[in-house]
Design a protein around this ligand. Sequence first.
Ligand code: OXD
Ligand code: MN
Length: 589
Amino acid sequence: MALTTNKAVLAWIDEMAKMTQPDKIVWIDGSQEQIDALRAEACSTGEIEQLNQEKLPGCYLHRTAVNDVARVEDRTFICCRKKENAGPTNNWMDPQEMYAKLNKLYTGAMKGRTMYVIPYSMGVVGSPFAKYGIELTDSIYVVLNMCIMTRVGTAVAEKLGDDFIKGLHAKADIDPENRYIVHFPEDNTIMSVNSGYGGNVLLGKKCFALRIASHLGHEQGWMAEHMLILGLQNPAGEVRYLAAAFPSACGKTNLAMLIPPEAYREKGWKVWCVGDDIAWIRVGEDGRLWAMNPEYGFFGVAPGTNVKSNPNALASTQKGTIFTNVVHNLDDNTVWWEGLDKNPPEHAVDWKGNPWNGKESTEKGAHPNSRFTAPAINCPCISPEFESPKGVPLSAIVFGGRRAKTAPLVYQARDWEHGVFVGSIMASETTAAAAGAVGVVRRDPMAMLPFCGYHMGDYWQHWLDMGKKVGADKLPKIFNVNWFRTDDEGHFIWPGFGDNLRVLEWIMKRAFDETGAVDTAIGFQPKAEDINLEGLDVSKETVEGLLGVDKELWAEEAKGIREYYAKFGDKLPKELLQQLDTLENNLKK
Ligand code: OXD
Ligand code: MN
């Protein structure tokens, strides 16, 4: 039975059902009974497998098709009416042409299948920050994941207005040649076909909460960002919040759930996780910027997650979690992945569904992009503000990337405009783990390269405009960090993980004007002695090295930035070019 009488909603579902032709339509009410029934049905068809319910209650395993294991950026489109509004960093096609192409792929795609109607909310239901959507899908796996990643069901259906975000997903034949992840920002519509991989099919996440929401934020005066949000509690019991943007695979989830080093824990320091991937940021009643996490769960990368790197993430996966493309340990019906521990199971099934012996096999058992979908409320350090309808006030914004030599451990932008420049030049270097040349710089402004739903030049302008709207005295301070500097042998110099708190401490002190800084060519930096090294086997000289700025490397960097900026033509805000000129002049001094 339909959970709403909203005519716009019902008419759209009707239209989509006429095209896809499902055998039946089922509304998702979010109840435990319905979830249990769907789990049982998906187990009976092999879509998911139930794991050891004593060790991992409510946990299941799923394997995607071998050709369908990651987001497909080359098949992701922003179909606004004018090509120039999508900009040089997005794929574009005329909306009418794209609708016609997709209609063919969707026609009859749900024959013999069920269409599930998922009313979901990004944000706390009823919050003035929340936005509502419907995802139509023919995959129970998608339904179960959406029930973890978003707030789903009857309470949301009651809130649906005419401005709900429409999402249509059909697995079709999982044909990579006809796989499309398409956004029509002017129609509030997302269409995904021929994939079953999370990032392509959990439409509330990257598609809605970043691509569509960034477009809405541009129009409505707020921001949708690829950022974690955390609260840093100091020994005085005061909690200060920051949001941080890093490209995919730079450790956002680890930073968001950081456990302070022992010397800090003893004094009462604590980190609270508000979110690990997405922040919606608005001007609050007090005129400051407030951030909220629109999601309800974590869709984290499994490999490398362990009791040392991220015990909080691991704890989050111990109940009510769906694992995708990890190793199935047949001995005790649990899961395993590379980097979990040093005991790969011998009697197991790998991510492709083949028998696998972890002691003998030379091949990886889990896919490098295998995932856990875990309820956020499982996280031992989930912030008490996680369900706050207003979100949290931001004192700092942090950008970062993976740079072997150029970027220092930390620096602070001189002001908001400089901070927007710092975000716009964000980049990461490719590592040996990825195909292609090592050390190639991939620019990823604000970590939004694959997620900005409109022209990147307009997006930067929007950042500058938000700064003007808020005003210097209320704006969060902006920083850049780099945990990944390496020595001549390619080893990481900074220990990272929990010790990153030592840098966050300096950042927060700066945000509250509680410590000084050195004015350098690239911005404000700490003196080595301003980074607290108590209980850490790293010398002050090493930190001096980590904070060093090689002017020659930076001059090269500036050249690369100028070339990159040229792509954006007239849409490049002049303020950013001025910032680049200033940087080049500073480097010559
Ligand atoms: C993610 C990503 O899955 O950024 O969060 O790729
Ligand atoms: Mn992400």
